[in-house]
Design a protein around this ligand. Structure first.
Ligand code: NAD
Ligand code: MN
Length: 368
């Protein structure tokens, strides 16, 4: 079967990192029998908005909807804004999550060889943060309230349906994992602020209802403020985290610091019928156009895409492809090939070449 991948490069480092992910995916498709990927390049983003007065042409939205999966780079420039003062990019990304029902923002955090994180032993971090991605503080996005230019409000919205589905996603995910580093226990932690906000007390209550249906997985709660510290001091206590949209946005960037930075933080925005895979980071305008971004987060997001497609279509060839991609990134980094953010010397494109070469090598070995 041929899978159509809606491919949106976006702004800043987006084009550079997506090109490397596509390069690596093409290498995977070359060496794994039965993997057939077709990339449809789409336009859209902040630069596009500046030039055309809209974020993306209608064909971009149509193809994102009809394709088997969406591969996305990053979007945005601090100077390209909407008339309401907010950045243009959010009007694309936040709306895409709502439009396609991409409620689970899945953000794995783990070590890759050669990366220097906050834990010198590199054995204590292997977690996934699941960010609710359609409501919470982002619910009023594009709306909110303004009074005489002096008072502004954005409202936190928590619904039973939205909370149930993301909590269920987190517990199902925990079932597929090996548990937390501390003791191997499969464990889900609800990160909230249930001590103060009614909406988040409700989030916790609904979460507990879902947790009761998973007696095989242990569960607890944490208040987001102290949790931010505990995550830094004791990452080994965590396996799967589930949290409100804004908290998840902040905590996932923080968690990336544990393992060496945003260049290593992949993500999938996953719904029941659609999914969009992009790095957890933004368009990094400070290094854009210099061929020095780290494409690992995007390449690993592409791996998550293969894995999601494999499960959805029960496709063993894609399963093998996802596995080969993971092993190739690990082997490449183990060999000392690293980008500058990790203390290496390789430009973005050369690192992509190195991973693609490893894919061909390991792929040939597997085939023999
Ligand atoms: P950012 O994630 O773009 O960058 C933060 C820092 O991390 C920068 O110093 C950057 O150089 C570095 N960094 C990020 N990705 C890297 C990579 N792959 N390799 C090496 N270094 C990397 O966040 P920001 O600076 O706060 O935002 C910049 C722009 O990105 C803004 O316009 C913002 O709105 C947008 N943004 C977009 C998305 C998205 O596309 N989903 C997400 C967040 C921010
Ligand atoms: Mn973010």
């Amino acid at each position: 079967m041929t899978y159509e991948i809606a491919t949106l490069r976006g702004d800043g480092i987006g084009p550079e990192i997506v090109d490397e992910a596509v390069k690596v995916l093409r290498a995977v498709a070359e060496v794994v029998p039965g993997v057939d990927l077709e990339f449809t390049l789409l336009e859209g983003g902040a630069d596009y908005y500046a030039a055309h007065g809209e974020l993306a042409p209608a064909t971009t939205w149509k193809t994102m909807e009809s394709a088997h999966a969406i591969l996305f780079g990053s979007m945005g420039h601090p100077d390209i804004r909407m008339p309401d003062g907010t950045e243009a990019q959010g009007h694309f990304i936040v709306n895409a999550r709502k439009k396609f029902g991409l409620y689970a923002g899945v953000r794995p955090i783990k070590f890759y060889p050669g990366a220097k994180g906050l834990d010198p032993s590199q054995k204590q971090v292997d977690l996934v943060l699941v960010r609710e991605s359609t409501e919470g503080l982002f619910a009023s996005f594009g709306g909110g309230a303004e009074i005489t230019g002096e008072v502004y409000a954005d409202t936190m919205i928590i619904t039973r349906k939205g909370t149930e589905r993301v909590a269920r996603y987190a517990f199902e995910l925990a079932r597929t994992r090996n548990g937390r580093p501390r003791d191997g226990a499969r464990h889900v932690t609800c990160v909230d602020k249930a001590n103060i906000f009614r909406s988040l007390a409700f989030f916790r209550e609904v979460y507990d209802g879902v947790a009761a249906g998973y007696p095989d997985i242990s569960s607890d709660h944490a208040l987001v403020d102290s949790f931010a510290m505990l995550l830094m001091q004791h990452p080994e206590r965590y396996d799967v985290l589930v949290t409100e949209n804004m908290f998840g946005d902040i905590l996932s960037d923080l968690a990336a610091a544990l393992v060496g930075g945003l260049g290593l933080a992949p993500s999938g925005d996953i719904g029941d019928d659609h999914a969009m895979f992009q790095p957890a980071h933004g368009s990094a305008p400070d290094i854009a156009g210099q061929d020095r971004a780290n494409p690992v987060a995007t390449i690993l997001s592409a791996r998550m895409m293969l894995d999601w497609l494999a499960r959805r279509h029960d496709d063993d060839a894609l399963r093998a492809a996802a596995d080969l991609l993971e092993r190739s990134v690990v082997a490449t980094m183990e060999s000392g090939a690293l980008t500058v953010d990790l203390g290496g010397t390789l430009p973005c494109s050369r690192f992509g070449d190195a991973v693609a070469a490893t894919v061909r090598e390991l792929g040939a070995e597997t085939g023999r």
